[in-house]
Design a protein around this ligand. Structure first.
Ligand SMILES: NC(=[NH2+])NCCC[C@H](N)C(=O)O
Length: 382
């Protein structure tokens, strides 16, 4: 089918589901620590205090490769199969990425090298803007070529007529990163400092670094979270590139980067939000929509982990639901409060198992990329 995805809720026809095959480790280095700063270093607004492994007291290394227990990877892959099956049972055609090779693959550029991670949170590095695939410039070095694992699928959409664009790639030296957000957000919580950036002959100042998951798509409007100078450059690019086709609405520091555990659009006129405070930061037209604010998740929603298991998301990660239609939503079965709340608002909930979302940085919305939905470039903000 032709690529067509303008919103987050209209009837879903085709989607890609990420893969965790051969996920063996996280590589802790500057770009990883910066990206997950709010989770691994801690900030009171998003970090859970429940049995949070203490990095300084525990055995977790502060830099280098940190192995992930095979059991978690196996269970994650089982859950990913379950997500794919659930979508297929709802008549959605599911595509899967290429698997990465079982031996550790390294990426090397003139400026640095990093070990590659599998294409799991595929929402992050691609934005589908209507009939166009836009590969976004990553913020984590190990994800630099992640979209290549999606190329067999992208090539097929290209053959069917899709536009396909790659945003400019950063040199991504330490000096490329705007550290102001993480430096400011360390106030008030137990924190660990970000390593000092090292100079490189390839320094060019702040560069464009931006994830597709910073965007909330609403027909002809796209709401974009901008928290750093890197994001602002990415958003400038997007605005110029999409001019005349989409309207961009910036929100300032709604989260560290991704928007999809803060606010999700479930149907025209209805938003699922983490809190009332989140809703206040949204563009004015959206503040008139109905808000669903579910009760904060309970600690027993999550597995208990060891001190050397890195936790990469906040406790709000299960807000990261995937809409299959304006009245049907895929929700983590471990989240009874959220399920009840959505049912109370008239949604049909399809409960699906996903155990280790806090270890792998994403929920159902992050793990998927919706490539074909029925909706078009409607104006929902009028
Ligand atoms: N597209 C994504 N990977 N989204 C995940 C965002 C998770 C968010 N940082 C949280 O901790 O709640």
């Amino acid at each position: 089918m032709q690529l067509n995805s303008f919103d987050e809720w209209s009837p879903l026809k085709e989607a890609i589901v990420g893969s965790a095959q051969n996920y063996t480790s996280h590589q802790r280095e500057l770009s990883f620590d910066l990206f997950f700063h709010d989770n691994i270093a801690g900030d009171n607004s998003s970090r859970s205090e429940w049995y949070y492994p203490r990095l300084t007291a525990g055995t977790a290394p502060r830099s280098g490769s940190q192995p992930i227990k095979q059991r978690y990877v196996d269970e994650l892959n089982e859950d990913l199969e379950g997500i794919a099956k659930a979508l297929e049972s709802l008549a959605v055609t599911v595509h899967r990425p290429l698997d990465i090779a079982p031996t550790t693959v390294q990426v090397r550029t003139p400026a640095w090298e990093a070990s590659v991670v599998p294409p799991l949170n595929i929402r992050d590095n691609t934005l589908i803007a209507g009939d166009e695939i836009i590969e976004t410039p990553p913020m984590i070095r190990s994800r630099y070529f992640e979209t290549q694992f999606l190329h067999p699928v992208f090539q097929e959409y290209f053959r069917q007529g899709a536009a396909w664009t790659v945003m400019p790639r950063p040199l991504m030296t330490d000096a490329s990163f705007d550290l102001s957000y993480v430096r400011a957000s360390t106030a008030g919580g137990p924190t660990e400092p970000i390593e000092d950036p090292h100079p490189s002959p390839y320094d060019v100042g702040y560069e464009m670094m931006f994830d597709g998951a910073q965007c909330l798509r609403l027909g002809r409007d796209i709401v974009v979270n901008v928290s750093t100078a890197n994001h602002a450059l990415g958003c400038d690019w997007l605005e110029r590139h999409l001019e005349g086709r989409f309207r961009i609405h910036r929100v300032h520091q709604l989260s560290d980067s991704h928007i999809d555990s803060m606010v999700l659009a479930l149907r025209p006129g209805t938003l699922l939000v983490r809190s009332e405070a989140v809703a206040e930061k949204l563009p004015e037209q959206l503040r008139r929509w109905d808000l669903i604010v579910p009760p904060a998740p309970e600690s027993d929603n999550f597995p208990r982990y060891d001190d050397d298991d890195l936790i990469l998301t906040s406790k709000f990660i299960d807000l990261n639901v995937l809409s299959v239609s304006p009245d049907t939503v895929l929700v983590n079965e471990a989240c009874p409060e959220l399920i009840r709340e959505l049912e109370r608002h008239g949604f049909t909930v399809v409960p699906v198992r996903h155990r280790h979302r806090r270890l792998f940085g994403g929920g159902f919305h992050c793990f998927t990329l919706d490539t074909v939905r029925e909706g078009g470039p409607e104006d929902y903000l009028d």
